[in-house]
Design a protein around this ligand. Structure first.
Ligand code: FDA
Length: 307
């Protein structure tokens, strides 16, 4: 019931102003966001990298401003240089939202996003790591996959996110299941119309399993991005049935969610990667996390009332 209004609020400038000004928000945001700058995020990354792998997201999205897109690219270059200096090139990769690096610019948006993604992928390659393109709402899927195709000509290890709730995703998994392809499969976090997406939770779960089966049977590298114990168990079964060892696939969860389970999976020798967002542009990301779990919202509301 709360999911739709929260996802609408995630795109509202007025709601953003209210939430950002609420004094208690900051403490709650830090459950999901590692810090507002690189210096505050790096200690969390170092901690996690002891037993887990990491992917870092410099928060930002929906940029309509070329200068801001450029600032985001520079932030990624700075981040990758810092990861290299810290000797974390083999433990950490980066995740990028194309809408933060120019995809929505009125003039030459896709061209700019591709050039910027190439710069980030180049900086990643220089420290021995790679980049994965996040997936935003369904209006961007074709554009994002087109940019991925071009990016992979120079950086074959660049990966993509596919969202199981989209009706098209099983076919996209087939297209992206070839050798060298890295696909992060998630359920999907946006409010999508029935015409393009499954909206019932059970239908989404079934679609997730179908898509995962395609990826596990393929020749690429599946990245199982879910906190759902059933999806994780099924992923293990599908990996075993397809002769995949611990190095042939990985599990991924978001920073601040099911930490004990992350530790447990890593302790079993599984490749476990944590998606670590940081930066000041946390609003959209944070609201999507609230929308995923009503209990998060109730906790938030209670804090506002009792403050
Ligand atoms: P589900 O929503 O069924 O949750 C299963 C269980 O996990 C819940 O019962 C709860 O215990 C726990 N849980 C899930 N979300 C929680 C939360 N917010 N707070 C507390 N507990 C929670 N989406 C997208 O559209 N584009 C993208 O690029 C990405 N990228 C991405 C990367 C990675 C590494 C992950 C793990 C996820 C994404 N997502 C995403 C988000 C994804 O689409 C989805 O919204 C969330 O992962 C929640 O779905 P689950 O698979 O966890 O299942």
């Amino acid at each position: 019931m709360l999911r739709k209004p929260l996802l609408l609020a995630a795109r509202s400038a007025a709601c953003r102003r209210i939430v950002e000004r609420t004094p208690l928000t900051r403490a709650m945001v830090h459950r999901f966001v590692a810090g507002e700058d690189l210096d505050s995020a790096l200690p969390a990354v170092r901690d996690l990298a002891g037993d887990r792998l990491v992917t870092l997201d410099f928060l930002g999205e929906d940029t309509r401003d070329l200068a801001q897109a450029e600032a985001t690219v520079r932030a990624y270059e700075e981040l990758l240089a810092a990861l290299g200096e810290a000797g974390l090139g083999d433990r950490a990769e980066v995740s990028v939202k194309l809408s933060a690096v120019g995809q929505f610019l009125d003039r030459d948006g896709e061209k700019t996003a591709l050039e910027n993604a190439r710069r980030i992928a180049g900086a990643a390659a220089a420290i021995g790591t790679t980049v994965t393109l996040d997936m935003e709402d369904h209006t961007t899927t074709d554009s994002t996959l087109g940019i991925l195709r071009e990016l992979r000509e120079d950086f074959p290890s660049a990966g993509a996110v596919l969202q199981a709730y989209l009706r098209r995703t099983e076919a996209d998994c087939r297209d992206l299941s070839g050798a060298g392809s890295r696909v992060r499969l998630c359920k999907g976090a946006y409010d999508e119309p029935e015409s393009v997406a499954f909206r019932d939770k059970h239908e989404v779960d079934r679609a997730y399993v179908r898509a995962l089966r395609v990826l596990m049977e393929g020749e690429g590298y599946p990245m199982v991005a879910s906190h759902d114990p059933r999806m994780i168990a099924i992923a293990g079964e599908l990996a075993a049935a397809n002769g995949r060892g611990a190095d042939d696939h990985e599990y991924q969860m978001l920073y601040g969610i099911r930490d004990e389970e992350q530790v447990r999976l890593a302790g079993e020798g599984k490749r476990m990667r944590v998606y670590v967002p940081y930066g000041t542009e946390w609003y959209g990301y944070y609201m999507r996390r609230l929308a995923e779990r009503p209990a998060n919202m109730l906790f938030f509301a209670r804090s506002l009332i009792t403050r």
